[in-house]
Design a protein around this ligand. Sequence first.
Ligand SMILES: Nc1ncnc2c1ncn2[C@@H]1O[C@H](COP(=O)(O)OP(=O)(O)OP(=O)(O)O)[C@@H](O)[C@H]1O
Length: 218
Amino acid sequence: MSEAIKVVNLKKVYPDGTKALKGINLTIKEGEFCGLMGPSGSGKSSLLHLIAGLDRPTEGNVWVLGREITSMEEDDLAEFRKKNIAFVFQFYYLLEDFSVLENLVIIGQMAGIRDVKRKALDILNFLRLEDKVKHKPSQLSGGQMQRVAIGRALMLEPKILLADEPTGNLDLEEGMRIFELFKHLNQEKGITFVVATHNTELSKFFSRIIRLRDGMIL
Ligand SMILES: Nc1ncnc2c1ncn2[C@@H]1O[C@H](COP(=O)(O)OP(=O)(O)OP(=O)(O)O)[C@@H](O)[C@H]1O
């Protein structure tokens, strides 16, 4: 299996002097289902943001699917991210004035993909949201909103899906459903996952757990 993500000597010091990451070395192979665990403030979000190219490191390098992303120009990075990396957050960031279906369609239209409505409906069927396509986000449960957010992420057929506390606002049962969905996507579509969570009850899903403490891997 080839490398999906490689991180070498990654350091992040925020402008206020906080040393969030103190030299991380890490390799994740394609198709892995990795958990990123550690106490609050250990650097999970910082690491995920750097792997996603949403932030720049102070030092060190990140390769995603063989491309070094920390030296990429902003436009190239945005294009690369769009093609390869999806990010799911704790908060769902849905477009409140649009229906569930439109939330997915708009993502596809912005990326210029063809047959966008068909594709959005296929994904919503897959997520078992077929009876919610006309609903607005405010009419959904937390778990359903997170599934819509995941649906938006899937519109661009990512090879890597990074998720930062995706079940942080859900109860355990809903959280389990999200993790079952991730596992299914991992196995059926071969998407590589890195998921930060505090929830030890969900850790059984992971094929590998990366533990962070105080900006370092244990
Ligand atoms: N923008 C920022 N400016 C300054 N310090 C920051 C910033 N973002 C994060 N930090 C600090 O960096 C450290 C790591 O934070 P990070 O959010 O990566 O940890 P985390 O493990 O994801 O925590 P949590 O589980 O609470 O989300 C913490 O000390 C945090 O306060």
